[in-house]
Design a protein around this ligand. Structure first.
Ligand SMILES: [Zn+2]
Length: 202
């Protein structure tokens, strides 16, 4: 245990995901050594997050404006919608450079034991979006890219059932090859790119 503010900083950093006690200590001592303007930039970024981050009104990912960069891009294929759990999964699929469509972020996966039901996720928004495209372009295919773990699979099954009601809509799931029980965020670009290319119909 250190005394005073240094220990407070280590304690706060240690609460972050993926930061163990040793990393917390290393980051804290790194911050002790950086110039004040750098600390100010970090504080500024934290303040902006505290004061509220915008989410894209179309897909639900983190956005700087009303619509995110991807949804606002006229070159994206609006007939394809890739459904993911979290904004970080959008980044993972983008890194593959294999996907030119749009996204839909659910905000998690169905997990009844943790109290996450369909109403806690952006499922109604997805159904509305597919039923009634604002720009008049019909969605031809929904690619379900939830994580290859128990809750992700349960979510995919639920979604495929809900999407069955849309005539002519193709519903696909990322191909296997992704490590079971994993998180698409951690899949390497090549594996995820292949899973996307080899997606199968549900
Ligand atoms: Zn968007």
């Amino acid at each position: 245990m250190y005394e005073g503010p240094v220990q407070d900083l280590i304690d706060e950093l240690g609460k972050l995901p993926g930061v163990g006690p040793k990393s917390a200590q290393r980051i804290a001592f790194h911050l002790l050594g950086v110039e004040p303007p750098e600390i100010d930039r970090l504080l500024g970024a934290l303040q902006k997050v505290r004061d509220g981050v915008q989410f894209c009104v179309v897909c639900g990912t983190v956005a700087a404006e009303r619509e995110c960069r991807i949804c606002a891009d006229p070159r994206r294929d609006r007939t394809l919608v890739c459904v993911v759990e979290e904004p970080k999964d959008v980044q993972a699929v983008e890194r593959t450079r294999e996907f030119k469509g749009l996204y839909h972020v659910l905000g998690g996966a169905l997990d009844p034991l943790a109290g996450v039901g369909p109403d806690q996720l952006r499922i109604r928004e997805l159904l509305t979006r597919i039923g009634n495209q604002e720009d008049g372009v019909d969605v031809a295919e929904v690619i379900i890219a939830t994580d290859p773990n128990t809750v992700g699979e349960a979510t995919a099954t639920y979604l495929s059932r809900m999407l069955r009601d849309f005539p002519g809509l193709k519903v696909t799931r990322l191909a296997s090859g992704l490590p079971m029980g994993g998180d698409i965020e951690f899949a390497d670009e090549l594996t995820l790119g292949r899973a996307l290319a080899g997606r199968r119909a549900l």
